[in-house]
Design a protein around this ligand. Structure first.
Ligand code: HEC
Length: 109
């Protein structure tokens, strides 16, 4: 029993560490760069989000309509509607963009 725990605990710990490190990344990028419009909960109910018309990313339909490639392009190059800027082109690295998008995906209900 003792021997098993010696293996199981470090293994679980390592797993927790690696998964957390990844999740924390996307979450931090999102909190710093996206939450002011898309909201901490992804619903877009912030002042900016409401003004600009951010969609509700807890809605499975919104998520399903959104293709990764389009989403990455929109985040990277920005998004415009008529002459209004919805999202500015991002200066984030590709990794940070993917991580923040992955985090946005976790809001899906
Ligand atoms: C200035 C406000 C603002 C910020 C900051 C912002 N967004 Fe957006 N975003 C919008 C608006 C408005 C839209 C258009 C409506 C919608 O699709 O929700 C949008 C659209 C999107 C889309 C859909 C793109 C598509 O092609 O349909 C994704 C994905 C997205 N944002 C992710 C992010 C991520 C990730 C960040 C942070 C790196 C971010 N946004 C930062 C306002 C913002």
């Amino acid at each position: 029993m003792k021997k098993l725990l010696c293996i199981a605990i470090p293994a679980a710990f390592m797993l927790a560490l690696t998964t957390n490190a990844f999740a924390a990344d996307g979450k931090a990028v999102y909190a710093d760069n996206c939450a002011k419009c898309h909201g901490d909960d992804g619903k877009g109910q912030t002042k900016m989000g409401q003004k600009l018309g951010a969609r509700d990313y807890t809605d499975a339909k919104v998520q399903d309509d959104l293709k990764d490639a389009d989403a990455i392009k929109s985040i990277k190059e920005g998004m415009k509607k008529d002459e209004k800027t919805l999202m500015k082109p991002s200066e984030l690295s590709d990794e940070d963009i993917k991580a923040s998008l992955a985090y946005l995906r976790t809001f899906k209900k």
